[in-house]
Design a binder for this molecule. Structure first.
Ligand code: NAD
Ligand code: UDP
Ligand code: UDP
Length: 323
């Protein structure tokens, strides 16, 4: 819809009350855009967007993306989907529906509006990778019937839908494959490793390493990731992705545990727990495509990002009556 008075955009962010979505919403509002945040608050929380309550350019709509949505916007960021294994395995059928039906509805919306649409895909499309680090050309090693499949296969199917709407209907698509990201506003109880370890350390509870802790992940700070989202969205129409976005610095889970204990000054002991099934052994993005195509590289080192995240949880836990 052409705007009457200015060039600012009206931008839809699905999943905008979640961890990544709420940071993206902040950045878009800071750039002067209007933002419509659509979220069913399954894993997101109004606490993440409370500070925007009085902003006249911000609007919140409680809605489940598995149902059609008729709104008028200039651009769509589709982030709605539970992201942590604990959350997405809570109701696996709904997880697949959110990825697949959610993608169909948001693509249908983008098709009617002829607008650009961004998809928050995931490194999980690579499954338990047999190629390391993972370039976008790697097709993955995914179990189609395991406990992670609702998420992995849902996101893979969403990618398929994005590329078919692009080829069949000429839609401008932007697909990001996001690697493990952390930072303030992660859900304190979503079971992801960074939030788990920090909360456990601050509460003096045992730090729970699953397996022997030799599995690796590469952790990206949220501000770096959101910068990558926006660069991808604003890139030339010819760039569809998929583009890996993540921090290539790789750590073992045991190294992360030790870092968190040291940085919090915690007396917590490190304990081992069974490794969940299908847990990928290693993960590190090859970000050549993002570096060359978007001039994007992460800038926040793990120690700095952890410091900011620890400070956030130190403030949050007393508010939740947990410390
Ligand atoms: P999150 O759980 O904090 O946010 C997801 C948001 O989507 C929540 O606010 C939730 O309420 C909302 N949502 C879930 N189902 C919905 C539905 N059916 N309709 C409307 N809203 C719904 O997770 P996050 O870490 O912010 O992840 C955001 C996106 O990025 C997800 O699509 C996720 O798959 C992707 N991603 C995240 C990471 C990461 O490390 N954080 C890694 C890879 C991919
Ligand atoms: N859709 C939507 N909002 C719109 C336009 C479409 O939610 O503004 C939904 C619509 O309900 C449909 C889906 O997007 O289920 C896919 O739309 P598309 O036009 O691709 O397919 P069709 O309507 O022909 O099935
Ligand atoms: N993990 C762990 N202890 C925890 C939570 C997670 O050792 O309390 C491990 C988990 O088994 C996995 C890694 O940390 O190997 C990352 O887990 P997360 O759930 O954060 O993300 P994903 O497995 O989706 O990468």
């Amino acid at each position: 819809m052409p705007r009457l008075y200015d060039s600012r955009k009206r931008i839809l962010v699905t999943g905008g009350a979640g961890f990544l979505g709420s940071h993206l919403v902040d950045r878009l509002l800071n750039q002067g855009h209007e933002v419509l945040c659509v979220d069913n608050l399954f894993t997101g929380t109004k606490r993440n967007i409370d500070h925007l309550h009085d902003n006249p350019r911000f609007e919140f709509m409680r809605h489940d993306v598995t149902f059609p949505l008729f709104v008028e916007v200039d651009e769509i960021y589709n982030l709605a989907c539970p992201a942590s294994p604990v959350h997405y395995q809570h109701d696996p059928v709904q997880t697949t529906k959110t990825s697949v039906h959610g993608a169909i509805n948001m693509l249908g919306l983008a098709k009617r509006l002829r607008c650009r649409i961004f998809q928050a895909s995931t490194s999980e499309v690579y499954g338990d990778p047999s190629v390391h680090p993972q370039p976008e050309t790697y097709w993955g090693n995914v179990n189609p019937i395991g406990i992670r499949s609702c998420y992995d296969e849902g996101k893979r199917c969403a990618e398929t839908l994005f590329f078919d709407y692009h080829r069949q209907h000429g839609l401008e698509i932007k697909v990001a494959r996001i690697f493990n990201t952390y930072g303030p506003r992660m859900h304190h109880a979503d079971g992801r490793v960074v939030s788990n370890f920090i909360v456990q350390a601050l509460m003096g509870d045992p730090i729970t390493i699953y397996g022997d802790g030799s599995q690796t992940r590469s952790f990206c700070y949220v501000d770096d990731l959101v910068e990558g989202f926006m660069r991808l969205m604003e890139s030339d129409a010819g760039i569809t992705g998929p583009v890996n976005l993540g921090n290539p610095s790789e750590f073992t889970i045991r190294e992360l545990a030790e870092k968190v204990v040291t940085m919090t000054g915690s007396a917590s002991r490190i304990e081992q727990r069974p490794l969940p099934s299908d847990d990928p052994l290693q993960r590190r993005p090859d970000i050549t495509r993002a570096r060359e195509g978007l001039d994007w590289v992460p800038t926040v080192a793990l120690d700095d990002g952890l410091e900011r995240t620890i400070a956030y949880f130190r403030r949050l836990l007393p508010k939740l009556g947990m410390a």
